[in-house]
Ligand binder design. Structure first.
Ligand code: C5P
Length: 229
């Protein structure tokens, strides 16, 4: 099977309180999405890449990635899952049912090349696929819905923080996303749709510094992580 890359970049980034979506903030001279894509495509595994952008995205044409012949763009949706589905549709002429699709957030520029390599090598023969994740470091509390009263402390020994890339078979991922969205299931990552379809994604432990730039402080942190490597 071949490997395809999907990068959802159609978010509005409201939590960043910037005047552009977070994937178009700059680190040094470069857009975050350009850093993310060049680090992914440094790995020669991919046969092609689709980026899902916003419908009235005036920043994408400014990127280096938009001029890269290995990358094509499609219009994303109002939810991340809809953006990924749009990108899968854009690949449907080229990808075979059993090909691997890796989905990686545009706003995660700090993915370490070793983690990407390990994900590919550890899951290459896996029937379902899986994701990078890192053990939960904080103590987690559960309240009732809408309440501030703690009911229990969740045992964190079996808990993982989901990262990207997440890697699944083309047709399985497309069907899982379609049915989870149809059912109104909260699809916050690809793995959750696969789980909804009754399959068990496999975790490959990744570095915790593969952060998603979400709030303003993350930008400085990402700059620090990238400099250190
Ligand atoms: O909003 P969140 O932090 O979950 O976004 C994760 C990634 O999904 C970002 O790269 C964002 O641009 C993308 N996204 C998308 N379409 C949406 C919402 C988010 O492609 N409707």
């Amino acid at each position: 099977p071949r490997y395809w890359l999907i990068v959802p970049a159609a978010g509005s980034g409201q939590r960043m309180q910037a005047d552009c979506p977070k994937q178009y903030l700059r680190l040094g001279q470069r857009f975050i999405v350009d850093i993310t894509l060049s680090r992914l495509l440094d790995n020669a595994a991919f046969s092609g890449c689709v980026v899902a952008t916003g419908a009235n995205d005036r920043w994408w044409p400014e990127t280096d990635a938009s001029k890269d012949p290995r990358i094509s763009a499609c219009i994303g949706g109002s939810e991340r899952a809809a953006s990924v589905l749009a990108a899968l549709d854009a690949l449907s002429e080229r990808a075979d049912d059993d090909d691997w699709v890796l989905v990686h957030d545009a706003a995660r520029p700090c993915l370490h090349p070793d983690d990407l390599r390990r994900l590919l090598s550890e899951l290459g023969d896996h029937p379902v696929g899986g994701l990078l994740a890192t053990p939960v470091a904080d103590t987690l509390k559960r309240t009732g819905p809408g309440s501030r009263e703690v009911e229990t402390t969740v045992d964190r020994r079996d808990l993982w923080r989901a990262l990207t890339p997440q890697m699944f078979r083309f047709l399985a991922l497309k069907r899982a996303l379609e049915s989870a969205i149809d059912a109104g299931y909260p699809v916050t990552d690809e793995a959750s749709a696969i789980e909804y379809a009754g399959q068990n994604p496999c975790i490959v432990e990744g570095r915790p510094d593969n952060i998603k730039v979400t709030v303003p402080a993350d930008l400085a942190l990402a700059g620090f992580i990238l400099k250190r490597k």
